[in-house]
Write a protein that binds this ligand. Structure first.
Ligand SMILES: CC(=O)N[C@H]1[C@@H](OP(=O)(O)OP(=O)(O)OC[C@H]2O[C@@H](n3ccc(=O)[nH]c3=O)[C@H](O)[C@@H]2O)O[C@H](CO)[C@@H](O)[C@@H]1O
Ligand SMILES: C=C(OP(=O)(O)O)C(=O)O
Length: 439
């Protein structure tokens, strides 16, 4: 990937190669001001795979500067695609695809890489993708992706941990998804853009990133309607062309900063955002007693309440409460008066942040996929580890409110999903520093 790293940045990253980063966070500083939200990770990653659909160049802007984007870039390069990245702009030239098998070492790093299966198969007739495997939050199977492609006429053989898919020409099909999986909806929607005839996806995921992908594909010449509802209809076309496209703002990053404001009882604004994509998160912030004001079409302001009280949260597919915000709200609820109940329904193992919050003084009891939280008056600093991406973000927001200096480890997770998080938090007045310690 052609990157434009300055000599200073290069030399710094060389010196730090043998060390691991940790965050030192001095809590109880009050925050204020506004923070710029980056492009959505989950949109940018899937759009990068969508660029495989055209023998042409796609230019993406508002691409977040994240470790996951770098890893996805390496996967595309391994397929023969040419990339140029400059800051938040990414040029993807998929004119020549020279390989149809993605390397396991890269695919195992991020789930979204598996979503290349659909576009690669539709474009070249062959795709070999290592199974992405599970991760800290759950098993994360890909059966819905595979079954849907089979319904579109693909021959699929899974052996030695690799999904081998073949299809001279995919055919449109009526596909019912047993669960509105985001990735399966995206894989199948992309594959269907080049299939012969009409594909109907029933019980499709309605997440804003699915809508962004549909808009991106449409700007490449695809014919898609219904994205954002549970029924998506795709009329296949013979080929797609390159496009210029700007990624939608990251609703999870925006929500993270709103939670940071609420937990520190600080007034702050986030922009740009699409408020309609954040209805469930806004509703829960209001439930606890904070105000969320839309003071411009693309800006939200958080005004904390005098007292925050507990609430109940159940994670669900969009437009329900997003699982990716669950750990962050859990951190917030530890300091809300009274009791709260959090139920995780999307993943079977996404409560890894609980023991770490308990180390900081939180009162949380877990039974199955439920966490019962009894609010405490304060959290106190402790060494903590982020066990997955959002768990590490939850540690950061908890540390902002805790008494003393918290040391947060596990930043390889955090850096997958948050661009320049320390700089953004420092801009709001947080006392936070990245320090490199012996690995
Ligand atoms: C890169 C990306 O966009 N990641 C997001 C995407 O992940 P991802 O697309 O992987 O999430 P899914 O919506 O597919 O997964 C939801 C649930 O469905 C299950 N499932 C999924 C596919 C399948 O074939 N079989 C199956 O059983 C999963 O194990 C999980 O329990 O949506 C999730 C749910 O909003 C978010 O948490 C992730 O941040
Ligand atoms: C679970 C997440 O991402 P991924 O699907 O890339 O693991 C997330 O963004 O919280």
């Amino acid at each position: 990937m052609t990157t434009q790293l300055s000599p200073e940045k290069l030399s710094k990253s060389f010196q730090n190669a043998q060390k691991k980063p940790v965050l030192h966070i001095w809590g109880r500083a009050s925050l204020e001001g506004q923070v710029k939200v980056s492009g959505a990770k989950n949109s940018a990653l899937v759009l990068m795979t969508g660029a495989l659909l055209a023998a042409d160049t796609c230019r993406l802007t508002n691409v977040p500067e994240l470790a996951d984007i770098e890893a996805m870039g390496q996967i595309l390069e391994a397929l023969g695609v040419k990339l140029k990245i400059q800051g938040e702009s990414l040029e993807i030239d998929a004119t020549h695809i020279t390989e149809t098998e993605a390397p396991y070492e890269l695919v195992s790093q991020l789930r979204a890489s598996f979503f290349a299966l659909g576009p690669l198969l539709a474009r070249t007739g062959v795709a070999k993708m290592p199974l992405p495997g599970g991760c800290a939050i759950g098993a994360r199977p890909v059966d819905l992706h595979v079954r849907g492609l089979q319904q579109m006429g693909a021959d699929i053989l899974i052996e030695h941990g690799v999904v081998n898919a073949y299809a001279r020409q995919l055919k449109g099909a009526k596909i019912y998804l047993d669960y509105p999986s985001v990735g399966a909806t995206e894989t199948l929607m992309m594959a269907a853009t080049l299939a012969e005839g009409e594909t109907i996806l029933e019980n499709a995921a309605q997440e804003p990133e699915v809508v962004d992908l549909a808009n991106f594909c449409r700007s490449m010449g695809a014919r898609i309607s219904g994205a954002g509802t549970n029924k998506i209809i795709i009329q296949g076309v013979q080929s797609l062309h390159g496009t210029d496209y700007s990624i939608v703002p990251d609703r999870i990053e925006a929500g993270t900063f709103l939670v940071a404001g609420a937990i520190t009882h600080s007034e702050l604004s986030v922009f740009p955002v699409v408020p309609d994509d954040m209805t469930a998160v806004i509703a829960k912030l209001r439930d606890i007693g904070a105000q969320v004001v839309q003071d411009a079409p693309d800006r939200l302001r958080l005004i904390p309440g005098m007292i925050h009280r507990g609430t109940e949260i159940e994670t669900l597919p969009h437009p329900g409460f997003p699982t990716d915000m669950q750990a962050l709200f859990m951190a917030l609820l530890t300091l809300c008066e009274g009791s709260s109940l959090v139920t995780e329904t999307v993943y079977e193992n996404r409560l890894g942040h609980v023991p770490e919050l308990v180390r900081m003084g939180a009162n949380i009891k877990v039974k199955g996929n439920h966490a019962a939280i009894q609010g405490v008056p304060f959290l106190s600093a402790a060494p903590v580890t982020g066990t997955d991406l959002r768990a590490s973000a939850a540690m950061v927001v908890a540390a902002l409110a805790a008494e003393g200096k918290t040391v947060v480890q596990g930043l390889h997770h955090l850096d997958r999903g948050y661009a320049n998080i320390e700089a953004k938090l420092r801009g709001l007045g947080a006392k936070i520093e990245r320090v490199y310690v012996p690995a």
